[in-house]
Design a protein around this ligand. Structure first.
Ligand SMILES: *[C@@H]1O[C@H](CO)[C@@H](O)[C@H](O)[C@H]1NC(C)=O
Ligand SMILES: *[C@@H]1O[C@H](CO)[C@@H](O)[C@H](O)[C@H]1NC(C)=O
Ligand SMILES: *[C@@H]1O[C@H](CO)[C@@H](O)[C@H](O)[C@H]1NC(C)=O
Ligand SMILES: *[C@@H]1O[C@H](CO)[C@@H](O)[C@H](O)[C@H]1NC(C)=O
Ligand SMILES: [Zn+2]
Length: 317
C-alpha cells in the first residue's frame, strides 16, 4: 500500500515538475526546458528567441512604423495584472491591435509582461550588439484569423511580439507607476489584481517608434513555439532605479521563495544562434549608420560554434 502511495505521489510530483519551468534551478532552468518541452530544444536550423541583435542586419526600406490601434485611448472596463510565477502579466482586454510595418495581417493585442535581472545584473532577453539592458517589456498580439492561442502557435507568424528594452535613469517614469505601484498586490504566484485601464502608448517611447529590428523567432518561454514575428524597438523606455527595484524585489515565483524572501530574478532565456535567419533593420533604424562596417570579431564566431556544438550534444539522449 505505502509503496503504491509513494509511486502515486512520485507520478504526481513529476507531473507538477514537468508542467512548471523555472529560471534558477538546474533541473527546470532554461537549459533544461527541452527535457519537458521538446520544442524548447535548441535544434540546428531552428528559429529560437531571444537572439543578439548584432551588426549583421540588412536594411529593409519597406519596414515603416507599425499601426498601434487603440493604444492612445483609455479602454473601458478593467485590466488584470497577474503573477504567473514566471513574470508579471497585464491582460489588456480586447480594444487594441497592431498591423503594418511589414506584419502579415492584423494582430489583436492580448497582454504585456516583463523580463528583469537583479539589483546587480541586467535582465533583458534580447541583447543589442551584446549589450543586455536592465529589463525588457513584451507586448503580445495574436493574428486575428486565429480563434485561440493554440491555433496561433501552429502558424509561423501566428503571434506578433513588440519588444522594448527598458533602461534606468534617476527620474521616475510616472506612467510606469500604473504597473510598478501595483506589483506588491501580486507578490505571490496566482495573485490577480484589477487595474484601471490607461493609454498603453504612455508606456512607450514618445518618439522613434519607426526605429526597430525585425526577425522570425519563438516564444522565449515554454513551449518555445516558433510562431513569433519579432519587432524589437531600438530606443528604450526609461524608468527609475526605484521602479526597477520594485520588479526585482517584490515578485515571488513560489511559496517557499516567498517564505525565504528570495524574489524572482533573472527571468530571461539565454541567447540563441541566428543560423540562416535574416534580421532586418527598419527604414529609420539608426544602428547601422552608427556602426556600419565593423567586422564581426573572431570570438563571436567561436562563441556561435560552441553553441552549435552544445546544441548537437544535447541531442544525444
Ligand atoms: C522587406 O519586408 C517586407 C515586409 O515584411 C517583405 O515582404 C520583404 O520580403 C522584405 N524584403 C527583403 C529584401 O527582405
Ligand atoms: C547593464 O545596464 C547598464 C544600464 O543600462 C549598462 O550601463 C551596462 O553596460 C549593462 N551591462 C551589460 C553587461 O550589458
Ligand atoms: C482552437 O482553435 C482550433 C481551430 O479552430 C480548434 O480546432 C481547437 O479546438 C481550439 N482549441 C481550444 C483549446 O479551444
Ligand atoms: C530619434 O529620432 C530623431 C528624429 O528622427 C533623431 O534625431 C534621434 O537621433 C533619434 N534618437 C535615437 C536615440 O535614435
Ligand atoms: Zn516575454
Amino acid at each position: 500500500m505505502t509503496i503504491w502511495t509513494a509511486v502515486f505521489l512520485m507520478v504526481i510530483l513529476s507531473y507538477i515538475e514537468a508542467d512548471d519551468y523555472c529560471y534558477n534551478e538546474p533541473y527546470c532552468d532554461p537549459y533544461a526546458w527541452g527535457d519537458f518541452f521538446h520544442s524548447c530544444h535548441p535544434l540546428l536550423e531552428e528559429h529560437h528567441s531571444p537572439i543578439d541583435l548584432d551588426l549583421h542586419m540588412s536594411r529593409n526600406t519597406s519596414l515603416d512604423a507599425l499601426q498601434l490601434e487603440g493604444f492612445e485611448e483609455v479602454q473601458g472596463g478593467h485590466w488584470t495584472l497577474e503573477n504567473d510565477g514566471h513574470s508579471v502579466v497585464l491582460l489588456v482586454g480586447s480594444g487594441m491591435s497592431v498591423s503594418g510595418g511589414g506584419l502579415p495581417g492584423l494582430y489583436h493585442t492580448l497582454q504585456l509582461h516583463f523580463h528583469w535581472g537583479s539589483p546587480a545584473t541586467n535582465g533583458s532577453e534580447h541583447t543589442l550588439d551584446s549589450r543586455r539592458y536592465p529589463m525588457e517589456m513584451h507586448i503580445v498580439s495574436m493574428k486575428s484569423i486565429h480563434p485561440n492561442v493554440s491555433a496561433a502557435l501552429d502558424d509561423p507568424t501566428g503571434l506578433a511580439v513588440l519588444g522594448f528594452f527598458i533602461d534606468v535613469v534617476y527620474a521616475d517614469n510616472v506612467h510606469f507607476n500604473y504597473i510598478s505601484q501595483k506589483l506588491s498586490t501580486v507578490a505571490h504566484k496566482g495573485q490577480v489584481s484589477k487595474i484601471k485601464p490607461f493609454a498603453l502608448m504612455s508606456l512607450l517611447p514618445k518618439h522613434n517608434l519607426s526605429q526597430y529590428y525585425r526577425y522570425h523567432g519563438s516564444l522565449t518561454t515554454p513551449p518555445c513555439s516558433q510562431a513569433v514575428v519579432w519587432t524589437v524597438y531600438e530606443v528604450p523606455i526609461y524608468i527609475s532605479w526605484t521602479q526597477l527595484a520594485q520588479f526585482t524585489s517584490q515578485i515571488f515565483s513560489t511559496e517557499e521563495d516567498a517564505e525565504q524572501v528570495t524574489p524572482l530574478q533573472n527571468n530571461y532565456r539565454h541567447i540563441h544562434p541566428k543560423f540562416s535567419r535574416v534580421v532586418s533593420a527598419s527604414r529609420d533604424a539608426r544602428v547601422l549608420l552608427a556602426t556600419a562596417g565593423r567586422p564581426v570579431s573572431p570570438s563571436v564566431v567561436l562563441g556561435l560554434f560552441h553553441v552549435c556544438l552544445l546544441g548537437l550534444l544535447t541531442l544525444v539522449p
